[in-house]
Design a protein around this ligand. Structure first.
Ligand code: UTP
Length: 290
């Protein structure tokens, strides 16, 4: 069956980004001029996804507004002949996006469970709203291509520094059935650094079969007392094969302050409007920093 649907969970509290996230969703924080979540939606579109469900929560209304049309603004830009800006504004309305609210942020697994009716009996992708990925072929499309061959759930993983494994879900890898495609013996959420089975961490893209919902419905809270998607995937792996696909492109985690700053600088150095000024500024600043 073709993968057509994506779920973007964006209902977390974003506590690592307080006080900015008190009233504003971290997924709406801009990287230069575009909210993070728009990069995710663009990746979905490029990958051939047709329908997107965004899981939102309290204070997340601006996400809905961002993907809606703004007739007064559009009319104003039209009248002033600002066609480039009009195109930018209209870009975000030309997609099938649905919304659902997660009433309590009980964890990523619980956020995905709210998508059960939207997904139905089809394979689907989960794209975390605060993780931007870049590669020649979008990561979501890479997972979809793997699915075309295996018809099994496949998670994106990436090598991370050993001392950081306790922040992630980590896999205990088995054999590689194709280069970069691992069987998985176990999925462990936030392992102790000494006990981590590998440095291959689950990053923000998952392709899942609908059987994941059976697991999520009975999933008990795990690390951090949250309903963990990783734990449900580990149980799914006991009844059907789940693969891990190693991502070799660039990942930008914008869910914490330093990650957000790094991403803003790197994207700024590529942005046609600001790249030259930013480069000159960083060089100048570098001379002053000791
Ligand atoms: P994070 O682990 O980054 O959690 O969630 P968080 O709560 O947003 O942020 P911190 O850790 O408090 O700073 C990963 C993704 O899952 C979503 C988040 O919005 C984010 O995109 N999420 C998390 C939910 O939708 N619901 C939840 O209950 C938890």
């Amino acid at each position: 069956m073709k993968v057509r649907k994506a779920v973007i969970p964006a209902a977390g509290l974003g506590t690592r980004f307080l006080p900015a996230t008190k009233a504003l969703a971290k997924e709406m924080l801009p990287i230069i001029d575009k909210p993070t979540i728009q990069y995710i939606v663009e990746e979905a579109k490029k990958s051939g996804i047709e329908d997107i469900l965004i899981v939102t929560g309290k204070g997340k209304r601006p996400i809905e507004d961002h993907f809606d049309s703004v007739p007064e603004l559009e009319q104003n830009l039209k009248e002033k002949g600002k066609h480039d800006l009009l195109r930018l504004v209209e870009q975000t309305t030309d997609i099938n996006i649905y919304f659902i609210r997660q009433s309590h942020p009980r964890g990523l697994g619980d956020a995905i469970l709210t998508a059960k009716d939207f997904v139905g009996n089809e394979p689907f992708v989960v794209m975390l709203g605060d993780d931007i990925m870049q590669d020649k072929v979008p990561l979501t499309q890479q997972l979809m291509e793997r699915y075309d061959q295996t018809h099994a759930s496949t998670l994106a993983v990436m090598k991370v520094p050993h001392e950081e494994v306790n922040k992630y879900g980590v896999i205990d890898p088995g054999a590689q059935s194709q280069p970069g495609l691992y069987d998985v013996k176990q999925f462990v959420e936030k392992p102790d650094i000494e006990k981590a089975p590998s440095d291959l961490a689950i990053i923000g893209r998952y392709l899942l079969t609908p059987e994941i919902f059976d697991m999520l419905e009975t999933q008990k809270p795990g690390a951090g007392n949250e309903i963990q998607l990783t734990d449900a995937i580990d149980r799914l792996n006991q009844i059907q094969r789940v693969f891990a696909h190693e991502f070799k492109g660039d990942r930008f985690d914008v869910g914490y302050k330093f990650g957000y700053l790094k991403t803003s600088i790197e994207f700024g150095l590529k942005h046609p409007e600001v790249k030259d000024d930013l480069k000159a500024y960083i060089k100048e600043l570098g001379k002053k920093l000791k």
